[in-house]
Write a protein that binds this ligand. Structure first.
Ligand SMILES: CC(=O)SCCNC(=O)CCNC(=O)[C@H](O)C(C)(C)COP(=O)(O)OP(=O)(O)OC[C@H]1O[C@@H](n2cnc3c(N)ncnc32)[C@H](O)[C@@H]1OP(=O)(O)O
Ligand SMILES: O=C([O-])CC(=O)C(=O)O
Length: 391
């Protein structure tokens, strides 16, 4: 087989039973359950167990899992001390990638991964999965205080992942509306078939690297602006546009310069991303309840959607998940450069579900390339070289 498809578009690289996308109809489901149903009825903890185990948990199983997560919120002293020495100007995604990878140094045990047949249920896999998912949000929230020169706020094991995340960010127990919105955001971002960061996780995992290396590879991949990093840029873009009146001229200039519009377009969806539809409704609800400064940014975003659909809809370019999430996070008082880290908190569930699915039937990823370089050449001694090579 020698056909080259740039970006591996349309190339199946794995078999998976975790999630499903119909990009023409705008459908996303986790383990067969429509995302809209989960966003209405589920919690991040329950959705995580569904992704990991394949079934909705019983009440007892969910309670056990939630308890395990909560008892693992606290971050090790040495990691906290290490984080204090990170440059305060560093990006939260770089912090998270480094901290997660460093955490792995405390949890050796990857030898068991070489015994691929017994991997699926062994304690190491289960414990490390819980440990990573539980620690992502506390790491992100702690860093917010540390980079401002303050002591971090300790996690509270009487709070859910979403509640504890907001509590550790703000120092206040969130009200039920904000806690629910954050919970829904975590559910919406938890999983999305074979996106770039999940693929990176699978490539790392296929070498039987530790789950901490797997997740740090995924975090690095998610950080880019063509992937999860777009959510940070959307709010900056809306601020730059300033008001709905400026949208048309702004879009036309961007498109004339062949620049991308952040939060628009998707490899899989040719209609509006179903997560963007849910987030759009959540922002509407929040604006109705809270109003205030959000109104103008939201109005600009809606006008931007309208103009982009008009100019780019024929190419299948519509809002993706990153388009409306930042508006919500801004309203929660979360700084823009933390938005992608929140995405990573949620996506740790999907990454680890894929990792677990893969290691039970692993084969190392090793694709091929089409070589377009020189034929074999003679080595030229330095004294005989005429031209400097192009840099
Ligand atoms: C969580 C997530 O990762 S969601 C995606 C987040 N990323 C973004 O929001 C960044 C902006 N979007 C993009 O860059 C792209 O749409 C991607 C990276 C998401 C998908 O890329 P691809 O599948 O390779 O799409 P591709 O670049 O082939 O786009 C198809 C056409 O739509 C255009 N297009 C796609 N997205 C955009 C956009 N955001 N702004 C303007 N034009 C766009 C392309 O220019 C191309 O036009 P052409 O056929 O005239 O050349
Ligand atoms: O699926 C993709 O390519 C990107 C995406 O939306 C996600 O990872 O949530």
């Amino acid at each position: 087989m020698s056909d080259f498809l740039p970006g591996l578009e349309g190339v199946p690289a794995t078999k998976s039973a975790i999630s499903f996308i119909d990009g023409e109809k705008g459908i996303l489901s986790y383990r067969g359950y429509p995302l809209e149903t989960l966003a209405t009825n589920s919690t991040f903890e329950e959705t995580t167990l569904l992704l990991l185990d394949g079934e909705l948990p019983t009440k007892a199983a969910l309670n056990r899992f939630s308890k395990q997560l909560r008892s693992s919120y606290r971050i090790k002293y040495h990691i906290r001390e290490m984080m204090r020495h990170f440059p305060h100007t560093g990006h939260p995604m770089d912090m998270l990638q480094t901290a997660v990878c460093s955490l792995g140094m405390f949890y050796p045990g990857t030898e068991c991964l070489t015994d691929a047949d017994s991997c699926k249920d062994i304690d190491y896999v289960r414990n490390m999965t819980v440990n990573i998912i539980a620690q992502m949000a506390p790491l992100v929230a702690m860093w917010e205080h540390m980079r401002q020169g303050y002591d971090p706020i300790n996690p509270r094991d009487d709070l859910s992942v979403a509640e504890n995340l907001l509590y550790m960010f703000t120092g206040k127990e969130p009200d039920s509306l904000m806690a629910r919105i954050m919970d829904v955001c975590l559910i919406l971002h938890a999983e999305h078939t074979l996106n770039a960061s999940t693929f990176a996780a699978l490539v790392a995992g296929s070498t039987l690297a530790s789950p901490y290396s797997v997740i740090s590879a995924a975090i690095g991949t998610l950080s880019g602006p063509l992937h999860g990093g777009a959510n940070q840029r959307v709010v900056g873009m809306l601020q730059e546009i300033g008001s709905p009146d400026n949208v048309e001229a702004w879009v036309d200039k961007k498109l004339a310069n062949k620049e991308v519009i952040w939060g628009m377009g998707h490899r899989e969806y040719k209609v509006k991303d179903p997560r963007a539809t849910i987030l759009h409704k959540l922002v509407t609800k929040l604006v109705e309840e809270r109003g205030g400064s959000l109104d103008k940014m939201f109005a600009t975003a809606m006008k931007l959607e309208e103009v982009c659909v008009d100019r780019l809809g024929h190419k299948g370019v519509y809002p993706n998940v990153d388009f409306y999430s930042g508006i919500l996070y801004s309203e929660m008082g979360i700084p823009e450069d933390q938005f992608t880290a929140l995405f990573a908190v949620a996506r740790s569930a999907g990454w680890l579900a894929h990792w677990r699915e893969q290691i039970s039937n692993n084969r190392i990823y090793r694709p091929t390339q089409i070589y377009v370089g020189h034929e074999q050449r003679e080595y030229i001694p330095m004294s005989e070289r005429k031209k400097a090579p192009k840099q």
